[in-house]
Design a binder for this molecule. Structure first.
Ligand code: BJ8
Length: 427
């Protein structure tokens, strides 16, 4: 029986007509891009279900949890430590920033030369179409790039529950000291919000839950090294996107079920694409739901994506948090150790990211790298030039793409991507 979620959306203050339109576009896009693929693992049906209920069942679960006292924290960045949130029995959700919405309203508040990801966050808020942002008890912004930093000042005037985290810009001892202090301040804020005092045992449990999600994704990714690739890049990206808002235990189970399917697929040489299909490593800006444009173009142009060097991808999920130690101080230091390794382009200098791209290129047996930059994203657009030069110098074919969330450049992108795939096919 179909559940009517309209009263729930209404109580969250959503604009029902605009929200219906968003769900219609999302559903159509999903069906055209995902359901039309062939040889998908059966386990992907779980993610099809999750997407069909993206603003329904999951939101209801969060609200049911709130009624039982569990808080919801929304974030825009992988620097927000999930372990601390879970330790206080709260839920962390990554907020969707992958589509244009209410652009006229957004343009009244933000400069035009703001990246699509930031504009999207504002569009969902101003258009009143995101149940997650409306349901959240706390929103966490961060001082990463200039766009985010300044736009959170504006967001702070639209909502009354914004918390802003300061993030260092250098991997120096001073930077580490700053992040340590910021994580301690965040822990205090989470304790205050939830009324729960986080002790060592709680933090250990938060670490375990979060690590299990990461382990599941690591296992799934390990099968993508095989040729033929046993899962499409689109489906793997979807799993990485759902990572940010599904129940963590259920998510890990569901991803492990897909891996259970992929293992025999790899052993028997079965793939989603034929053996020898050109293999692409994606690198660059995060692709949040429902940003599927470039992967869709790539995988309908004769190539398969085998890895994502991105925050919705391996930059976000690599490295576990150590659970060694018992005290809060020891475990908070472990959390700091893990997050301080994130090689986001807001850091200067940022050599670890270049190394990670090269290491992923080798590990996933890729044939070429496509660097994905959002227009007006200075950190990644700046780095893309050095990345391309360094990779090409090593004989690694690289294509640099700068785009946004509109569909206007699809034809042009397809021409460039097809030419790149042609190039790497001849090597
Ligand atoms: S750790 S990548 S999630 S900051 S695309 S808003 S950088 S102008 S998203 Fe990010 Fe955290 Fe870094 Fe990851 Fe700015 Fe660029 Fe826009 Fe970006």
């Amino acid at each position: 029986m179909e559940v009517n979620y309209e009263p729930m959306w209404e109580s969250l203050g959503l604009d029902l007509a605009a929200h219906d339109e968003l769900l219609r576009i999302l559903g159509e896009g999903y069906s055209n891009i995902f359901l039309s693929q062939e040889n998908r693992p059966e386990g992907m049906s779980y993610f099809d279900f999750v997407m069909s209920e993206v603003h329904g069942l999951r939101v209801k679960e969060l609200i049911d949890g709130q009624n039982e006292g569990r808080k919801v924290i929304g974030s825009f960045c992988v620097f927000v430590p999930e372990e601390i949130v879970r330790a206080a029995d709260a839920t962390l959700v990554g907020l969707c920033t992958g589509a244009d919405f209410a652009t006229d309203e957004v343009d009244k508040l933000l400069p035009r030369n703001t990246c699509a990801l930031i504009k999207s966050a504002f569009g969902f808020k101003l258009g009143k179409v995101c149940p997650y942002i409306e349901a959240a008890d706390m929103l966490v912004g961060e001082n990463t790039c200039d766009g985010k930093k300044k736009s959170f000042e504006v967001l702070g005037r639209l909502v009354d529950n914004l918390y802003v985290m300061d993030i260092p810009q250098m991997k120096s001892s001073e930077g580490r000291t700053l992040l340590r202090a910021e994580y301690a301040r965040f822990k205090d804020a989470v304790e205050e919000l939830t009324g729960i005092s986080i002790d060592g045992a709680r933090l250990k449990r938060g670490i375990e839950i979060t690590n299990n999600k990461r382990r599941a994704v690591h296992r799934l990714n390990s099968f993508r090294c095989a040729d033929p690739a046993p899962i499409s890049g689109l489906d793997a990206l979807l799993a990485n996107q759902v990572y940010f808002y599904d129940d963590p235990v259920r998510f890990a189970d569901s991803v492990n079920k897909i891996s259970d399917e992929l293992e025999p697929r790899v052993q028997s040489g079965e793939g989603t694409f034929p053996k020898g299909t050109p293999r692409i490593l994606m690198s660059g800006c995060p692709m949040a739901v429902p940003n599927w444009k470039v992967p869709w173009i790539i995988e309908t142009s004769g190539a398969v994506i085998v890895g994502e060097e991105a925050c919705v991808g391996e930059r976000g999920t690599q490295n576990l948090t150590s659970d060694a130690g018992k005290t809060i101080e020891e475990l908070m230091e472990n959390i700091l150790d893990r997050y301080f390794q994130i090689d986001c382009a807001v850091f200067t200098p940022n050599p670890d990211r270049q190394q990670h791209i090269e290491e992923m290129y080798e590990r996933y047996n890729a044939d070429g790298v496509i660097h994905y930059g959002l227009q007006f994203c200075q950190p990644y657009q700046f780095e893309s030039m050095n990345v391309e030069t360094a990779l090409e110098k090593k004989g690694i074919p690289t294509l640099r793409i700068d785009t946004d969330y509109s569909m206007e450049d699809v034809g042009q992108l397809k021409t460039r991507i097809e030419a790149f795939i042609e190039r790497i096919s001849q090597l």
